[in-house]
Write a protein of this length. Structure first.
Length: 319
């Protein structure tokens, strides 16, 4: 039986409850932290975990308000910077001095930026289908902040009413399937991949036998109040110095303009000789839909020895 055949549940205490997750492999093996995308959960890496090379401890976490992790207390709201504090808490709890990160979408962006903040803690980072957090035209910032505040009040009132949506299991999976394909492009996710995510994405609806509601906190759907400009995104990208694999799904959106995407890839290449960019045919959840395409690339990257670059003889794209 493979060392990754069976996952164990993880619970990490925090002041407002707990952070939940799944773990595979021997606790004494080389550590990898798995991060998921927006409104997904730790099950996003189930297929990647089964295909890892021997000798790793893979801990995939439900980010705050996602999956089986606790929701924030009433009156509180989620913000992007929470993701970096959350990683720090997790690494301290696990007593990991250094680790690799495999992140999908939002999780890839958080992993990249965290490696820029704390390069001494991250050996390698893999980002699946997100080059970076995207910039927004400066002219749209004020109107977007207004929309965020109004939506925040709307969602808070809905939560206070206790009138949460509920569905049959089949209906919930169907809605998640349609929403993913609308937001992330047709072919983003298969029905089988949706069911994998729903293993942690649904909970029984209170007082409604046979029905389910979303496990994630509805406040996660509130748009970000403050956004980036391109120069900020590029500055953070320039500080990612560890070996960095970016896998882009060809059938998925870039979540930004083509120009900004190319500028960010260029920043990575110009500042990190151990940056590797690869495109694979598939949709946004390519790692779940077709793991046999993605895993060999990730495994080769994880097991490759990247020497410290020689400034006089730098080589790029080393796998």
């Amino acid at each position: 039986m493979s060392e990754y055949s069976v996952a164990e549940e993880v619970r990490i205490p925090v002041p407002y409850g707990h952070i939940a997750g799944k773990a595979w492999g021997d606790p004494g093996s080389k550590p990898i932290l798995g991060l998921h995308g927006w409104l997904d959960n730790a099950a996003t890496h189930d297929e990647i975990a089964k295909r890892l090379p021997s000798g790793y401890r893979f801990v995939c976490i439900d980010q705050p308000g996602h999956g089986l992790s606790s929701h924030y207390p009433p009156g509180m709201h989620y913000k992007l910077s929470d993701g970096f504090t959350f990683i720090r808490i997790v690494l301290e709890h696990l007593k990991w001095d250094k680790c690799d990160i495999i992140g999908h979408s939002l999780g890839g962006g958080i992993g990249c930026w965290y490696s820029a903040f704390f390069p001494e803690q991250i050996d390698k980072v893999v980002s699946i289908d997100l080059v970076s957090f995207g910039a927004m035209s400066l002219q749209k910032h004020v109107s977007t902040s207004r929309k965020s505040i109004l939506e925040s009040l709307k969602v808070s009132k809905k939560l206070e009413s206790g009138n949460l949506p509920s569905y049959t299991y089949e209906d919930a999976c169907g809605r998640a399937f349609m929403a993913n394909n609308i937001i992330n492009g047709l072919g983003s996710i298969t029905k089988e991949s949706v069911e994998t995510l729903m293993s942690r994405g649904l909970v029984p609806a209170p007082d409604k036998p046979g029905e389910f509601t979303w496990s994630h906190d509805l406040r996660l759907r509130i748009p970000t109040t403050f956004n980036l400009v391109q120069e900020v995104a590029e500055e953070y990208a320039s500080k990612v110095k560890c070996p960095h694999l970016l896998i882009k799904a060809t059938d998925s959106t870039k979540y930004m303009t083509d120009e900004n995407f190319e500028r960010l890839v260029k920043v990575y290449r110009n500042h990190n000789p151990n940056f590797v960019y690869r495109e694979l045919e598939g949709g946004h959840h390519i790692h779940l839909n077709t793991p046999d395409k993605v895993s060999p690339l990730i495994n080769k990257f994880l097991t490759k020895d990247f020497p410290s670059p020689d400034p006089e003889n730098i080589q790029f794209d080393m796998i």
